[in-house]
Design a protein around this ligand. Structure first.
Ligand code: SAJ
Length: 428
């Protein structure tokens, strides 16, 4: 089967880069999004996602016409579903976008087509949710059309590079489906392509992010222990990591983003009785903003009316994505304790949080502050010079939750800098 035209449904963090990589490699792509604002802005050549290098690729393929945008799928050789899978209040997966994306393909599905689900989904979604919807056409999956699951595994901030270089797993509902998926992704993927069945590839994706979540949870729990026991967690981790088989990750304000903080719940949902560790890790990471709040309260016991400058709100460094960001939870807890919070997120200065004064600049954020709270290790925040900062703020108290700043330099500049997870009183 020759794939000359692909319809990518969902033009978000994954769909848009994927669509543009295919287009850049000469495949005709129709990008589809149900949000009219996304379609409209792309039609005008505006890219709604901040990702290094993405704007250049997207505008070039839009200009030469290899990528066009539409609000509904059109007939094509292959369809890729890359829509969000959020979770409900009770942490179970909300598959409504996957269902409606699959349903939107039904009127245009033709014999011989390939459909690939990329959205992170609970195990067995391809077989038990997507397949029956597509079979409403009267076609049989695996015979009349091919169906596979292929998770994206790219790191926000490095999407364009990792889309090409990472190993890609393609799980078919049968071998022919996996093979067809391989032929399609080889249009741009240079990493190893591994073929398996659909359920395995769904599980692989969830295992990867769960593995990371559990490892971050142990780092966060270590940071709490260190603080209680009078140990500096950053020193302890750097020593432990000299062991050849130990690689402890970094504690911080918690785990955010739309991947690691969500995906482990899909495994818990599929078998709650045998996933205690996974659930506990999620709970540890979700309660880490509370640990940050408690650490700040140790510095300023009564937060009522105290002026806190929160620096960075994104879920991780150098991205503009605030979804599930633990910094937001820290800020919410500060607001409910009566603190007067000003916040600055350099990648999204116009973000709105009820009760928080969003600053348009660093200077504005810190000008009246009593304490500086560093929540994200953005390069531009990490690079701040404490000597220069001292002239811009009356604050002399600093809580660094991400080990960004060299404590001694800050102490020398007149600040009392405390690091999250440092139970020692001395500067470090
Ligand atoms: N974090 C820590 N300590 C660390 C590392 C990360 O607290 O040592 C926090 C970050 O600050 C952030 C969260 O964890 O809040 C997640 O960040 P991340 O950089 O670990 O991962 P994501 O969510 O941006 O991307 C992950 C990646 N998965 C893995 O590394 C196993 C990526 O490859 C996936 O494609 C992506 O999830 C996804 O879409 O599923």
């Amino acid at each position: 089967m020759e794939i000359n035209h692909i319809c990518v449904i969902g033009l978000g963090y994954i769909g848009l880069p994927t669509a543009s990589m295919f287009a850049k490699n000469g495949v005709r792509v129709t990008g589809v999004d149900s949000n009219p604002r996304v379609v409209e802005s792309l039609r005008q050549g505006r890219v709604h996602i901040h990702e290094p290098g993405l704007t250049d690729v997207v505008t070039s393929v839009l200009r030469d016409g290899t990528l066009t945008v539409a609000s509904a799928p059109v007939e094509a050789d292959a369809f890729i579903i890359a829509v969000p899978t959020p979770f409900h209040e009770d942490k179970t997966a909300d598959l409504s976008h996957v269902r409606s994306a699959a349903a939107s393909i039904v009127p245009v599905l033709r014999r011989g087509n390939l459909v690939v689900l990329e959205s992170t989904s609970p195990p067995l979604t391809t077989q038990s949710v997507v397949k029956p919807i597509l079979e409403r056409t009267g076609f049989k999956a695996g015979e009349d059309f091919l169906l596979a699951y292929s998770p994206e595994r790219v790191l926000p901030g490095q999407i364009l590079k990792e889309l090409v270089e990472n190993a890609r797993v393609i799980g078919g509902i049968n071998a022919a489906s996996a093979q067809a998926g391989k032929a399609m992704y080889l249009k741009f993927v240079r990493g190893e392509v591994v073929l398996t069945d659909a359920a395995t590839s769904e599980m692989v994706k969830l295992m990867e992010n769960t593995y990371r979540d559990v490892n971050i949870a142990i780092a966060n729990e270590f940071s709490r222990l260190a603080e209680r026991l009078g140990v500096d967690i950053w020193e302890a981790i750097s020593i432990a990591n000299r062991h050849p088989r130990v690689r402890i990750l970094n504690p911080g304000p918690g785990v955010g983003g739309h991947c690691i903080s969500v995906d482990p719940w899909f495994l818990v949902e599929s078998a709650p009785d045998i996933t205690h560790l996974i659930r506990t890790a999620r709970e540890v990471n979700d309660s880490q903003p509370g640990f940050v709040f408690a650490s700040l309260k140790k510095l300023l016991p009564n937060l009522q009316g105290r002026r806190v400058a929160a620096l960075g709100l994104a879920y991780k460094p150098d991205v503009d994505d605030l979804r599930e960001s633990p910094s937001l939870e820290v800020v919410r807890q500060l607001v409910s304790s009566g603190a007067v919070v000003s916040a600055w997120e350099p990648f999204k200065p116009d973000f709105v949080i009820p009760g928080v004064k969003m600053a348009g600049s660093l200077e504005e954020c810190i000008q009246d502050a009593e304490v500086l709270l560093l929540l994200v290790n953005h390069s531009q925040l990490k690079a701040l010079d404490p000597a220069a900062l001292a002239a811009l703020t009356p604050a002399r108290l600093v809580l660094d939750t991400v080990n960004a700043w060299p404590a001694q330099v800050w102490w020398d500049a007149g600040f009392t800098l405390k690091k999250l997870g440092n139970g020692k009183n001395s500067p470090r």
